[in-house]
Ligand binder design. Sequence first.
Ligand code: AMP
Length: 257
Amino acid sequence: MSEQKTIGQELDRQAWFLGGEACCDPLPTSRVHPYRMVLLGPPGVGKGTQAELLCRDLGTCHLSTGDLFRAAQCQATPSPALSMALEAMRRGELVADELVVEMVRERSCCLRCRGGFLLDGFPRTIAQAQALDALLTEQGVVLDAVLNYELPADEIVARLSGRRTCVKCKAIYHVKTHPPRVSGICDECGSALIQREDDRIETVWVRMRTYEASSRPLVEYYQKLGKLISVQASGSPDAILARSLHSLEALSGVGNR
Ligand code: AMP
């Protein structure tokens, strides 16, 4: 008999990674109404870590477009459109809206995930936000909240340039604030730790400027819709998580689930 899954275990994200007909084996959830959220914030603010912690706590599914593109990097024969997207990614630029929206559209059943969802890295432009609104309407679901993480630029650069990622299980470390037990080796699975190409310092500045120009307007967009919750992203991941959960509970109509 298979062991029963509970909130806190790894989520099956087959439908997100494979798209098409792929189906997930969702976690059982006791929530009457699952959380449906978007995470905003500049690169390196800690969205990925918060996404994982929030998903573990709330049982939501982590839908990251950056993870999709990184997974696509392993494809032996990417389509011409995907090759262009991966080139843009290597330069720290945004992938074209049409392609990103198409990738999310191919996976729009994930927006109806029984456990809810947490979109990380999408939308990144107003055009993507409008496309997301249309997809949510098509799927008959409503966005509960947009968590916007804030941190000064110099702290972000220090965080990103020291970040190391496990090639296999994707666990995240930092050379100063969260080093592995053995330098360059993942504590979890023993695989090598690498610096992501887009975490190199020159690429980090391109990503920051791109964020200011393309994604900062989303803060106002979601504020006007009354969905925005701003969270200070300083301190430990657990402290930021506690702040995020507290803000979510305080949001009228979202708490008591
Ligand atoms: P992330 O891990 O979210 O920082 O994404 C890594 C890279 O993937 C970004 O720097 C972009 O090149 C690309 N990317 C991910 N999501 C999007 C998006 N929604 N729109 C455009 N490009 C994206």
